[in-house]
Design a protein around this ligand. Sequence first.
Ligand code: ATP
Ligand code: MG
Length: 628
Amino acid sequence: MGYEAFYRRSVDEPESFWAEQARLIHWQTPPQQILDYSNPPFRRWFVGGTTNLCYNAVDRHLEARADQLALVAISTESGVTRELTYRDLYREVNTFAAVLVALGVEKGDRVVIYMPNIAEAVFAMLACARIGAIHSVVFGGFAAHNLALRMDDAKPKVLIAADAGMRGGKVIPYKPLVDAALEESQHAPPHVLLVDRGLDPQMTRMSGRDIDYTVLREQHAGAEVPVAWLESNEPSYLLYTSGTTGKPKGIQRDVGGYAVAMAMSIRYVFDIAPGQVMFSTSDVGWAVGHSYNVYGPLIGGATSLLYEGLPTRPDPGIWWQLCERYGVRTMFSSPTGIRVLKKQDPSWLKKYDLSTLKWLFLAGEPLDEPTAHWITDGLGVPVIDNYWQTETGWPAITLMPGLELKPVKFGSPGLPAPGYKMKVIDEASGEEATPGQKGVLVFEPPLPPGCLSTVWGDDQRYLSSYFSHFKPLLYSSLDWAIRDENGYTTILGRTDDVINVAGHRLGTREIEESVSTHPAVAEAAVIGVADELKGQVPVVFATLKQDVGGLQAGDAAQAMQQRVVDQLGGVAKPSRVYVVNALPKTRSGKLLRRSLQALAEHRDPGDLSTLDDPGALEEIRKALERGP
Ligand code: ATP
Ligand code: MG
């Protein structure tokens, strides 16, 4: 079946469509009702069916593929690579589950996982899923305060942590952060389970509270823990959003709908069949890591590569070297990751045999056309931009090469994924925008399987964050978009990033895109800054590639302005261009435009807890004082 017919069925006959997809997973008891939409916008998929994420990701494959690699965890930081077959994974997960049970963890209890990108993080997640505990992975790069906030919200029974992570060759001890977070949190759990990688010899332990996983692992080696069969709509896990626009929301996922969305998308979107190899460079702490490092590939019987390290260490060819070594078919990364490589010599892209590599998926941020061309030409592999949110759990706008590859349109993530009824609407009138007209991206509920059930413990916030912007009931996370006559959607930025210059509304993305066409530019961020005359004016912050052949910053800035005038017209002309060494980003690699804007308007930059490199913001502050 081609894309159009598949998509049409998914929205015209959602119940029969999803009933069919539901056969991709194991149900202990089959669903009695495919969709219950009696309480909009809340919806329940596969009502009455019981299943388990861990069973589908691990146990189910033992018969056919026990000796196949399930997980390869590579750390170019510690130098350790671990290869686990499905049988190995089954053993590790059962042992981990037995340890959690011994610590008193029961179905419905929350477990916070604060770990680097190592195999134990995956064991811990699957162990929770096995016993029906609700995991909440907190990205290991977050500071104590972020961890404390998430514990206060999730109220975990156990915190699982590691002694340390590593980045760029440096050990980053986690335990002092864990101690500080436990001190700050109102809901510090009684137990901390520590995975000691031997990276931090100074690690301290509080007796009675901190427990070494190695000791318990030995005690429970060989244990088999029965699977908890959960009703499809019970919570499986919580994951907090990136916090780009403010206080992160605890996204709550279900069991059955998510399992089906994973099984369907790994096959038809990511084109991965059982036995094939998927490499996602994400951290398990993000939505991509949950879905396409852990649940998607494992439910699909594939081999999943997990990577701790930078894209440039030991050299900028490392990702492609891994693709060659493991015969990766589908790779998944972020535009930010590719822009890091873009600063390097492109010959690194040609050094390895990439004959198995079929697709490079990129998500998380707008993929500017120059970067898309650079990586497509460099690798000779189709690049598939895909748009989604922590909330959706899987791509909402993408191409589906596992079904049928529609033409790639640079600058656009493509077409609606199955089950997503989407529109672009005019903010003022609420009417559907015509092709080419800018507006807000909305989804018509009920949301498809896999998307959030609610915000943890706060149905009201679920309604007010996502469903209160438009009438009648529409879901929106307030992204600004444009759709062409063939249905390809381009994301122009967030609605609060829209710049209004003398009545003309411009997406930050459009100007960033234009600035980035300058060959010396590695990355650009555009913001609107208040202006007495025009309301707002665009201001550019840009980083340059490493080798720009002696080009001066001032000349580069002028050339960027000229490009925008030539391509978008005088109205979009940036009033100032600052050339800097780094741009402020969230830990998940998203540009923090709201902080840039606040600094440029002499306001408080707001909540910076998810900021990756405080140095970048400091440099911006100085650049603003100095002038462009
Ligand atoms: P918060 O909701 O807490 O402010 P966040 O929205 O950054 O944080 P995520 O769920 O990680 O948290 O990111 C989803 C957002 O990322 C989307 O709403 C969109 O703005 C952006 N995004 C993701 N993929 C793409 C893409 N392919 N093209 C353009 N933008 C994208
Ligand atoms: Mg968001």
